[in-house]
Design a protein around this ligand. Structure first.
Ligand SMILES: [Zn+2]
Length: 229
């Protein structure tokens, strides 16, 4: 099997596994009825009351700095309904929450003077994405793409090590954990790239992505996250 065929087969397998995981999630919900991660109501992972409340959380654009990023901005603190919504999106099978959260990102992006050629989500390690059924950063990026007409390239960055367990690590440990963890798979020469993720803590993951992109020839790298912790 040549490399291209292998890549197609790999993507097909990944899509097939994601569908299988979605079916498993649906079946688990049937046996063990879910509760809303925002308020505890039964029979839904995220109820309409919490959705309405989420939509009223003000967008407080916060500019942060990180070595390799020309701009880094978040739409709010990682607290309250925003925090609950992100946790629900990541861990409680609520991909539809990427729509209101992605809309926040689009609104924040519209306030910036950034010239963006392409959007790229922070990738998950493949095995983790298969287990979750989706990459939340990709869903957020898709929503920004649909609202802004800037093309999203989900496979532009690949994570070749499972580095997601950053919780509990110090800033220097986080930096070391994600160092050289990303590969650039598409030509980015002279492109201005926007990285999207759900939350920024120390910024080490975004910085590692930016390092890979700049080393591959990207002109400028920006990053946008829903919250900052
Ligand atoms: Zn609720």
């Amino acid at each position: 099997m040549n490399t291209q065929t292998e890549a197609h087969a790999s993507r097909g397998l990944s899509a097939s596994n994601s569908r299988l995981q979605a079916s498993i999630n649906w079946f688990v919900d049937l046996i063990f009825p879910p509760t809303c991660h925002g308020c505890g109501r039964v029979d839904t992972h995220w109820c309409d009351v919490c959705l309405a409340e989420l939509n009223t959380v003000p967008i407080t654009i916060t500019d942060l700095s990180q070595n390799n990023l020309a701009g880094l901005c978040a739409t709010g603190h990682h607290t309250g309904k925003l925090q609950e919504a992100i946790q629900s999106l990541k861990y409680y099978n609520t991909p539809h929450l990427a729509i209101p959260l992605g809309n926040r990102l689009t609104t924040a992006l519209q306030t910036k003077q950034w010239i963006i050629d392409t959007i790229v989500p922070v990738p998950l390690f493949a095995a983790r994405e298969q287990k979750r059924g989706y990459n939340q950063a990709y869903l957020l990026s898709q929503q920004v793409e649909s609202m802004s007409n800037i093309t999203c390239q989900p496979n532009l960055l690949q994570r070749h090590r499972d580095t997601n367990q950053q919780v509990g690590l110090s800033a220097s440990e986080r930096r070391e954990n994600v160092k050289d963890a990303f590969d650039v798979t598409i030509d980015v020469t002279d492109l201005s790239v926007l990285i999207i993720d759900d939350v920024v803590t120390t910024g080490s993951t975004l910085d590692s992505c930016a390092t890979a992109l700049l080393s591959a020839g990207a002109k400028t790298v920006y990053a946008l996250t829903v919250t900052h912790a």
